[in-house]
Design a protein around this ligand. Structure first.
Ligand code: ATP
Length: 337
């Protein structure tokens, strides 16, 4: 896997859990989200109540899991995390809900993937702090209601549009996370470099932030790879990540000044050469570039759209003039295709 933007949590990330900010103050960027959230947290704490259920939507790697952990820490509450595919049966969910402590934070990642039977149990738990539990079988079966502790559900998703209305409506707080500003990414890179005890020149920080796709996770991963290049290929011998190292490193990883990877460019080039610039349906496009549709929609498209290379229209995906320009395809070649 040569991609820097995949959302998967890798073994390497696991080792670097210390990179995760632990408090809202350490969480950089996303100013309006942070301000509002800190008010809601303080208010709930003053009342001695659990925070209202919180919905977080946005592309992978923007810190949704990190933020959920921070909410628990700020609420001084216990934190439990799982993801929807792990909650296969109602009993999986019931097992967690009945073991929660009062006012704890329960995080479900990929909440758009919950099965309907599990989702139904969650509705009642969110609203009434109870679950329906069926005991016995056949004609002797009966349902009992079990009281569960008050808790804060934090649901995260990359696909807000796929979350069922009745589920979404039970969240009292909802934030859509956006890609980070370059200035905030610079701060995140400097913070990470400090924790990793790596020295990075200001020019290198700026260049990395530009290529980090507005995503802290990508920024941190790129920094780690540049640290490798600096250590092995650096001329200075002290492992400093310089702008020159970053230029060379990004070149070797085929990441351009917009943060586009090879597959991003392949997506744009495919739409141009095979579909005349589009529109082309997402499924057809995914097959053409040999990627799963999920990763196309979750990892690649949001950034291409945000940077103005791609448009989503009712008839499918279309490239913009900027894509032609970036791939250096002249108008003549366009019509010649
Ligand atoms: P998501 O759940 O949205 O996919 P995530 O929460 O899993 O994202 P992380 O893997 O936690 O993303 O984030 C990757 C790394 O980026 C974290 O280890 C953390 O160091 C860093 N990070 C994320 N957001 C921030 C932030 N706002 N400020 C500082 N560091 C951040």
């Amino acid at each position: 896997n040569d991609s820097f933007l995949r959302g998967d949590f890798t073994a390497e990330d696991e080792k670097e859990l210390s990179l995760r900010p632990a408090t809202l103050g350490e969480f950089l960027g996303q100013p309006s989200l942070k301000e509002n959230l800190s008010v809601f947290i303080r208010a709930a704490r003053e009342r001695g109540e659990a925070l209202d259920h919180l919905f977080l939507a946005g592309p992978p790697g923007l810190g949704k899991t990190t933020l959920a952990g921070i909410v628990a820490a700020e609420m001084k509450a216990e934190f439990k995390a799982t993801s929807a595919p792990a909650l296969d049966k109602p009993k999986d969910l019931a097992g967690i809900l009945t073991s929660l402590t009062e006012n704890s934070v329960f995080f479900i990642d990929e909440i758009h993937r919950l099965k309907p039977v599990v989702e139904e149990m969650l509705y009642i738990a969110m609203e009434d702090n109870e679950i329906d539990w069926v005991i016995g079988q056949g004609p002797a079966a009966r349902t009992i209601r079990i009281q569960i502790p008050h808790f804060t559900l934090i649901g995260a998703t990359t696909k807000a549009g796929q979350v069922a209305g009745p589920l979404y409506s039970r969240f009292g707080i909802s934030f859509r996370m956006n890609f980070y500003e370059t200035a905030d990414l610079e701060k995140i890179i400097r913070r990470t470099a400090g924790i990793l005890e790596t020295s990075v020149t200001p020019g290198a920080v700026a260049r990395l932030a530009m290529s980090a796709r507005g995503t802290p996770r990508v920024a941190n991963r790129l920094l780690k790879r540049m640290r490798d290049f600096a250590q092995i290929l650096g001329k200075s011998g002290d492992g400093t990540v310089t702008e020159k190292i970053v230029e060379e490193g990004l070149g070797r990883l085929e990441i351009d000044e917009y943060g586009l990877e090879r597959l991003d460019r392949q997506i744009l080039a495919t739409i141009i050469s095979r579909y005349n610039g589009g529109p082309v349906g997402a499924e057809t496009l995914a097959i053409s570039v040999g990627e799963a549709i999920e990763s196309l929609e979750d990892f690649y498209e949001p950034y291409l759209i945000q940077r103005g290379f791609l448009q989503r229209t009712p008839r499918g995906r279309m490239v913009t003039d900027l894509a032609y320009e970036h791939l250096k395809i002249e108008a003549g070649e366009r019509s010649a295709d």
